[in-house]
Design a protein around this ligand. Structure first.
Ligand code: MN
Ligand code: MG
Length: 652
């Protein structure tokens, strides 16, 4: 090892291509540079490819990160490469292996194969490692040429965490050698310990209940750290598949990286789970975070984005003091694989590593065939041409899948038994996207790549708990998309172009009409205009008028529940479930499990009839084929609209 390391230094000093990191260049006798490289939240992204869109993508892929890794290794005399979890699930390649090819005893999972190829030193588990069940996970881990550690997923609880029987080894203490500034090799023991949010017990209840339990991250760390020191760990790195959240420790916290970083004994912390970047200005206001120093509670920290977007990097200058190593200086950063240009396009900063691509070429090809092949059937066309004027199959399928998922997630919680509604909006509905910008999946086979057409954004599933009044106001907020129409008026322009379609939430599970003769209660941004205004009429649940004081769960997404669109009742305060699963994954699982889906719009919402009144709206010309079949509304062609759109007339 020392031979190759000195060769690298030689290359650096003569060829001048590789700039040695200052810690490597200037380390004194008894000082060494230890570089820790992190990938996190890879979610099976090895190729720089978006399988949903079925096209290459420069912003993702371990094959690209691999090129960074190789360059970064060359800058340092001693380095470790660690993955921080969420590698097994999250794109169609992961689904293909889990749902189609399967993992037989002895099979290598492609993401593990790619990691083996790159020579990872260790990994930990993310919450998504449990999505396909424990048996699948264990078969995948069996192929890893590196240790995988997690301390807080437990098969049998002991009196304290160190007495637990954990699912996999809680930590590892690795014997390494580091070369100091004088070229002398020293043995060093590096301890690595892993943590995952205990929320996995709810998120993957069907796989985990009765099989494992999850401990609080901080409680677990506190018990193990002294033991690792006793066993001789010189340096301890926490592999926290847990994000940067509150600095205040709370029981069972999901994003525990800040208080974890503050614990005695941790020399460096790798974070993740949030799919963000640290250090970055976005964390400037977080208590305990210092984005200039790259530390959490003074401990060097990094978070390497997601899907291979970045390489997280911590550089430690360590010094041997008697028999002990201590950190005397540290730096951290996150290096991107691509950059965003002013016109919002992206440019790759590195080429793919050929060896990593080659290691999963076969599975890549099989995944391409998988996303292009039917995985289910729809017995009705899924299109969004009329999504803004009538109950619509493309929105309905999203609603149904969300409902199916949130029903499972509410089981065993204090919210079980409350009626569950589901809110969804059309994403592709013309507008500025143009006359072809619509969802249009014909009746018959549904392929995985169609799902991205049904659900455009990588949102994650959420549930909020609201009152009947908030359900009504949610709908009033949506109804602001329509211009006010005077009874008896002819050919009034129906839609307000300032109102984006993604804020037109339809709620399934209730029935209602929209009275266009009334003014909107909210403006297009969600600002209250008139407390007394009411467009939502004949609002019923189970055929009875909606009880304004009753409570409901609404299935939605993180954008809405986070306050996006300023919907009444949708906020972090009303959020009772934060899912790790994307709405898109939920739809894929729903289709795979059901086989044939029947996304028939049920006309649970309509316009309130207005005798002798007509309105006009523009949609894609391809809508003509479907106009006669739209439930609950009378539509006729009315010539051409501007910019290639087709115009239709609705008789209210
Ligand atoms: Mn993740
Ligand atoms: Mg419906």
């Amino acid at each position: 090892m020392s031979i190759s390391l000195s060769r690298r230094s030689f290359l650096a000093s003569t060829a001048g291509f590789i700039a040695l990191h200052p810690f490597s260049a200037r380390a004194a006798t008894n000082q060494a540079h230890l570089r820790i490289m992190e990938t996190t939240d890879l979610h099976v992204h090895v190729f720089p490819y978006d399988y949903y869109a079925d096209k290459p993508r420069d912003t993702v892929g371990l094959a690209r990160t691999a090129s960074l890794i190789k360059a970064i290794r060359d800058e340092a005399t001693n380095s470790l490469l660690i993955d921080n979890g969420d590698f097994l699930q999250g794109n169609p390649m992961g689904d293909y292996i889990a749902y189609e090819r399967g993992m037989k005893e002895g099979d290598l999972h492609p993401v593990i194969e790619a990691m083996n190829t790159l020579g990872f030193d260790a990994s930990t588990l993310g919450n998504h490692e449990f999505n396909y069940g424990i048996e699948f996970l264990m078969k995948a881990l069996a192929g890893a040429d590196f240790p995988v550690v997690n301390a807080n997923v437990v098969k049998e609880m002991g009196g304290d965490p160190t007495k637990d029987k954990t699912l996999i080894p809680p930590y590892v203490i690795m014997d390494h050698k580091v070369t100091d500034g004088s070229g002398t090799e020293h043995p060093i023991k590096v301890g690595l310990i892993g943590f995952v949010p205990p929320q996995i017990m709810g998120w993957d209840r069907r796989h985990l209940e009765g099989n494992v339990q999850a401990r609080d991250i901080l409680e677990t760390a506190k018990a193990y750290l002294p033991q690792m020191k006793e066993e001789g760990a010189d340096i301890i790195v926490a592999l926290s598949h847990s994000g940067i959240g509150s600095a205040e420790a709370t029981d069972g916290m999901e994003n525990a990286a800040v208080p974890l970083a503050g614990m005695d004994g941790i020399d460096a912390i790798l974070t993740g789970h949030s799919h963000l970047v640290f250090p970055s200005p976005g964390y400037a206001d977080f208590a305990g975070a210092d984005v200039d120093a790259g530390t959490l509670m003074g401990t060097p920290a990094t978070m390497g984005g997601f899907w291979g977007s970045h390489m997280g990097l911590i550089d430690l200058l360590i010094e041997k003091d008697g028999n002990e190593w201590r950190v005397v200086s540290a730096e951290s950063e996150a290096r991107p694989i691509s950059k965003r240009n002013e016109d919002r396009s992206t440019t790759a900063l590195v080429e793919s590593d050929e060896a990593v691509l080659a290691s999963v070429q076969q599975e890549h090809d099989e995944t391409l065939a998988y996303v292009r092949r039917a995985v289910g059937k729809t017995d009705a066309p899924l299109h969004s041409y009329f999504a803004l004027v009538a109950d619509d199959p493309s929105v309905q399928i999203v609603s149904i899948a969300q409902l199916w998922y949130i029903e499972q997630m509410m089981k065993g919680t204090e919210h079980e038994g409350l009626p569950i509604l589901s809110a969804a909006a059309p994403f592709k509905a013309g507008g500025r996207g143009g006359p072809e910008y619509f969802t249009d999946v014909p009746k018959g086979d549904v392929a995985i790549k169609n799902v991205s057409d049904l659900y455009l954004y990588p949102n994650t599933a959420r549930a909020v708990r609201v009152t009947g009044q908030q359900v009504k106001d949610w709908l009033e907020r949506s109804a602001g998309i329509f211009n006010q129409v005077e009874p008896g008026a002819q050919d009034v322009v129906l839609l307000n172009p300032a109102f984006p379609s993604y804020n037109f939430d339809v709620i399934d599970g209730v029935e209602y009409q929209i009275d266009l003769s009334q003014p909107s209660k909210y403006d297009p941004k969600g600002v209250l205009l008139d407390e007394a205004a009411s467009r939502i009429v004949n609002l019923t649940y189970n055929g009875e008028p909606l009880d304004m004081a009753a409570e409901f769960i609404i299935a939605t997404n993180n954008y809405r529940a986070g306050g996006g669109g300023a919907f009444p009742g949708a906020s972090p305060e009303t959020t009772v479930f934060e899912g790790p699963d994307t709405n898109r994954d939920v739809i894929v699982r729903y289709i795979v499990e059901k086989g044939t889906i029947s996304p028939r719009a049920d006309a649970n919402w309509t316009f309130k009839p207005m005798e002798g009144t007509t309105v006009l709206f523009d949609t894609g010309p391809a809508a003509k084929a479907y106009a006669a079949d739209v439930p609950g509304v009378t539509i006729e062609e009315a010539g051409d609209g501007p910019d290639g759109f087709a115009r239709f007339r609705i008789s209210l």
